[in-house]
Design a protein around this ligand. Structure first.
Ligand code: GYE
Length: 311
């Protein structure tokens, strides 16, 4: 009857679950969007989300995870700020039988430490960015400066690797400077200022590769202040596809970005619901798409669309 139907519907959802989320912080526009999408997804599904902001510090994440274990949450989401150093605390979650889902960044060590990971293929992202530049440079000499993400984080390691793989077969494209900008606008601008000074005021730089759009947006400002035209004098390619990079594209100041969805929580909660319902074990990795955007893709239209999606 109806009552039974209601019970069935209830058992097939995550309603009533308590989930702890150890978020890295709010270093980028993408990160802020991921946080709001995760909260929306939890609310929509009737999940009680315990949110902890680690302010970029792994020790804060470890403390938060221990707190979630002590509270006896049903599952833990964690976006690991760096790749190493998770064995002990995730081992504790495992001993407590609490499934852990990694969001957007990977970790070193045994895959037994987590149930699944929802993330992009970060090597591929770097490759897509690099292949765009290989095409754009069309055989001409091109010195690239690189703004890396947070040191020791999986996206910084993998996006560097993928880009290097894409340009490896060319002799015209070279990375001449590479430094971390910690995934933030402010650091991206500051480090770019240093690159410009060191490279003849910028005239020895053909392109900027930034591991995220926020650093690119900061660097675009530095390029303008140095009296050069971003997008023309210095090509700009980055990753995330946040609204502001589409504005920059519409203004001719950015050339390409690789999209990263901020909705990592949707697939994560789907996997958790299925697991709680009948023990379905998800694949070890749920991989999100990596799509290239250029100014040919109606940047202002994309900007407007993106604005409603947690940004
Ligand atoms: O690209 C960047 C953020 O971990 C893949 O972290 C994520 C990255 C994202 O700060 O903007």
């Amino acid at each position: 009857g109806t009552a039974f139907g209601v019970v069935l519907a209830g058992s097939a959802s995550a309603a009533g679950l308590t989930v702890g989320f150890s978020q890295i912080g709010s270093e980028s526009g993408w990160r802020a969007a991921e946080t709001s999408v995760t909260k929306q997804q939890a609310e929509k599904r009737g999940i009680d989300l315990k949110f902890a902001d680690a302010q970029q510090k792994q020790e804060n994440q470890i403390k938060a995870i221990r707190g979630f274990i002590a509270q006896g949450v049903d599952a833990i989401l964690v976006a690991p700020v760096v790749a190493t150093g998770w064995e002990t605390v995730l081992g504790e979650a495992k001993d407590a039988d609490i499934p852990v889902i990694l969001l957007d960044r990977g970790i070193d060590g045994s895959p037994d430490l987590y149930m699944t990971m929802v993330a992009s293929d970060q090597v591929l992202e770097g490759k897509v960015a690099g292949e765009w530049l290989v095409k754009d440079a069309a055989g001409k000499d091109c010195n690239v400066v690189e703004l890396q993400g947070t040191t020791g984080s999986s996206p910084a390691i993998n996006r560097k690797k993928g880009f290097e793989e894409a340009i490896a077969g060319t002799s015209n494209i070279k990375i001449t400077r590479s430094q971390t900008g910690d995934f933030t606008r402010a650091k991206g601008k500051e480090v770019m200022e240093g690159f410009l000074k060191a490279e003849g005021g910028g005239k020895n730089i053909c392109a900027l590769y930034a591991h995220n759009d926020d650093m690119a947006v900061g660097a675009i400002q530095a390029i303008k202040e140095a009296g050069l035209k971003p997008g023309t004098d210095i090509k700009v390619v980055s990753i995330d596809a946040v609204p502001d990079i589409f504005k920059a594209m519409a203004d001719g100041e950015a050339n390409a970005t690789v999209e990263l969805t901020p909705n990592m929580a949707g697939p994560a909660f789907d996997a958790l619901e299925a697991f709680k319902k009948d023990g379905t074990v998800p694949p070890k990795q749920i991989i999100t798409e990596s799509k290239l955007y250029t100014p040919a893709d109606e940047p202002m239209k994309v900007y407007e669309e993106k604005k409603g999606l947690g940004y």
